[in-house]
Design a binder for this molecule. Sequence first.
Ligand code: UDP
Length: 312
Amino acid sequence: MKHLITGGAGFLGSHLIDNLMKNGESVICLDNFSSGSFENISHWSQNKRFKLIKHNVIEPFFYKADRIWHLACPASPFNYQIQPIETLKTIFLGTNNILELTKKYNARILLASTSEIYGNPEISPQVETYNGSVNITGKRSCYVEGKRVAETLCYDFKRTYDINLRVVRIFNTYGPRMMEKDGRVISNFITQAIRNKPLTIYGNGLQTRSFCYVNDMVEGLICAMNSNYSSPINLGNPEEITIKNLAKKISSILNNKEELEFLDLPDDDPLHRKPCIKVAMDQLNWQPKISLDNGLNKTIQYFSKCFKNEKQ
Ligand code: UDP
């Protein structure tokens, strides 16, 4: 089967490509390298089943595929706020282009939506039927409202043209190939601890997140694509932790003795985030297998290796 992955050179996209390629599938990776990196997919570049296309999804494109995985968009708050107008255009125009492609080739599309669509949730855990509590005009809104409208557009295409649709709401995901410059909490904490610097906590650190290891997430994406379920599905690990406890955990694994450094909490930073994954368990027979401790160790190994290479 032929797969088109937009954003395929990114953190999550490249792990998805690894899985598909290892299973003998044919892959077209489409990326404009705004936040993705060639290194993430270079190991496939000589393979006949792999094709790399440098392209911005804002511009229309027509590559035929049976399965389309629409991941293209900067996903870290730091990255998507640098160019907010570009972010919104990427999400809306990019999703529109990919839906036109889906319609033209009668393909199956999976939209990578996000837990961000729940905003600063008033309920925990977040269920798919919750409509969210979202600031429309804040700095985070370009991504949050963008992804909300992307979902709306998908379901309007489905109602109008009966496209073959899957939508997953991806909660915080971590693992090897996260980028240090992304400003994500896990990559920040690990790289700070490796460099013997204080870990930077935004706000009082009592906000929570639930972190899913990337291999679990890729399996969830594949289960969703292969299923017959076309309503939105939360994918994430329900193991919830405060940011302060996460910092203590990473400091202790890496034996970092520095004090924590408390900085301002960014605007609209959600106070709690924890997925309800009952739909994923019932409909996809999927749930994450890798514990936070286990996943952190694998991620620390990855960053330690990068750090050693950097020093040589
Ligand atoms: N955060 C932090 N220190 C950092 C980076 C992030 O305390 O160096 C906090 C951030 O304010 C948020 C949480 O960690 O409350 C998760 O941030 P991240 O950017 O990884 O993901 P998201 O906010 O999208 O869940």
